[in-house]
Ligand binder design. Structure first.
Ligand code: PLP
Length: 382
């Protein structure tokens, strides 16, 4: 139950990728039949990704994943807009793939506004308008949050950025396959995608760049990706991305509807069955597969260890930060007091989860929490 961290590659996707490791191993840049086959496969995948998000094929650039797409969007737009200004607007709850490039740019002298969020993790679009100055070169707000599942009012934010003539980037890594993503409806000029979050392979992703948006190159070298992202293409990965996005988008809305029913049963079962709990994130504007709940008086890490011993894979905060004992920046930005922020559990459902899995978690979790609370030094303070 940790599908926000990654998902298994769908069997159809793996089958589609396989030939491009062996008999169709050509380098798309070479000039013979074997290479043309690889080139055609890459272009077919580009068409699939474009169709899935309402874009044109020439607006899709393949990357090594979501992190690279976010880095490229942030650093690339800033590099191409030096003459215009030095100010970036983002939110306090972005994935580190956006936050850390912003911090790096701050060290170089750029100014970054980290917009606050409300208790549910939502950015107020009006705040975006208020933060824009004549030096603002980029607005970057994620479509849906990977920790708490909150879906942002992206279309409203995109409209405000456009009204001010500022390019708008959105990290849509968690949104693909969860709900309809359309670059025009969202008002997105740049949009990041990662294959392994929706049944595709790790190490494959894409950045959408609206025609006319100025972005610097990210990798210098060969002429791949029309000279904007050098390096021999990850052909099997790109083929897998194309197949996976087709299947993910084609599976809507049935798959998210099935997951939302399981999610709601999980949330209700936990909140009703265990005292001193609260739901994190928005009650309705949230990803279909995301349940994030805080348990007072216990540490999220201890819950994970107990669940792991019972065969349940889950997360507390972001998988990338769980090695640290700091409460997650997302929960902190939502205003959670530390005693709630420390005891958070994220369960994210996926295609292989069943109603029996939900029953199992609901049957073991109360005992886990009760045992941990019985030995918790935090308990006596209440
Ligand atoms: C996973 C994730 C990323 C990073 O994508 P990778 O392909 O793993 O580098 C970026 N943003 C969000 C919201 C994510 O969930």
């Amino acid at each position: 139950m940790d599908h926000a961290a990654t998902t298994p590659v769908r069997p159809e996707v793996a089958r589609a990728m396989l030939p491009y490791f062996s008999e169709r191993f050509g380098n798309p840049s070479s000039l013979y039949a074997l290479a043309r086959e690889a080139k055609e496969a890459v272009e077919e995948a580009r068409g699939r990704v474009a169709a899935a998000i309402g874009a044109r094929p020439e607006e899709i650039f393949f990357t090594s994943g979501g992190t690279e797409a976010d880095n490229w969007a942030v650093k690339g737009v800033v590099a191409a807009s030096r003459k215009k200004g030095d100010h970036i607007i983002t939110s306090a709850i972005e994935h580190h793939a956006v936050l850390h490039p912003c911090r790096a740019l701050e060290k170089q002298g750029y100014r970054v506004t980290y917009l606050p969020v409300d208790g549910y993790g939502r950015v107020d679009p009006e705040r975006v308008g208020e933060a824009i100055t004549n030096k603002t070169v980029l607005v970057s707000v994620m479509a849906a949050n990977n920790e708490i599942g909150t879906i942002q009012p992206i279309a409203a934010i995109g409209r405000i950025a456009h009204d001010h003539g500022v390019p708008f980037h959105t990290d849509a890594v968690q949104a693909i396959g969860a709900y309809p993503v359309d670059v025009d409806a969202m008002g997105a000029d740049l949009l990041a995608i990662s294959a392994h979050k929706f049944g595709g392979p790790k190490g494959a992703g894409a950045l959408y760049v609206r025609r006319g948006t100025r972005v610097g190159t990210f990798m210098d070298g060969g002429a791949q990706e029309r000279g904007r992202r050098a390096g021999t293409e990850n052909v099997p990965g790109i083929v897998g991305l194309g197949r996976a996005i087709d299947l993910a988008v084609g599976g809507m809305p049935q798959n998210p509807t099935r997951l939302a029913a399981m999610r709601d049963r999980l949330i209700r079962g936990i909140l009703d069955g265990i005292p001193d709990t609260r739901l994190n994130g928005h009650p309705t504007e949230r990803l279909a597969n995301n349940a994030n709940i805080s348990f007072r008086y216990v540490e999220g890490e201890s819950i994970l260890l107990s669940l792991d011993a019972l065969g349940v894979a889950a997360s507390t905060g972001s998988a990338c930060t769980s090695a640290s004992l700091e409460p997650s920046h997302v929960l902190t930005a939502c205003g959670l007091p530390p005693e709630h922020a420390h005891g958070s559990l994220r369960l994210t459902l996926g295609s292989r989860n069943t109603d029996e899995d939900v029953d199992y978690v609901l049957s073991v979790l109360p005992g886990v929490i009760e045992r941990l609370r019985a030995i918790s030094p935090l308990r006596g303070e209440a």
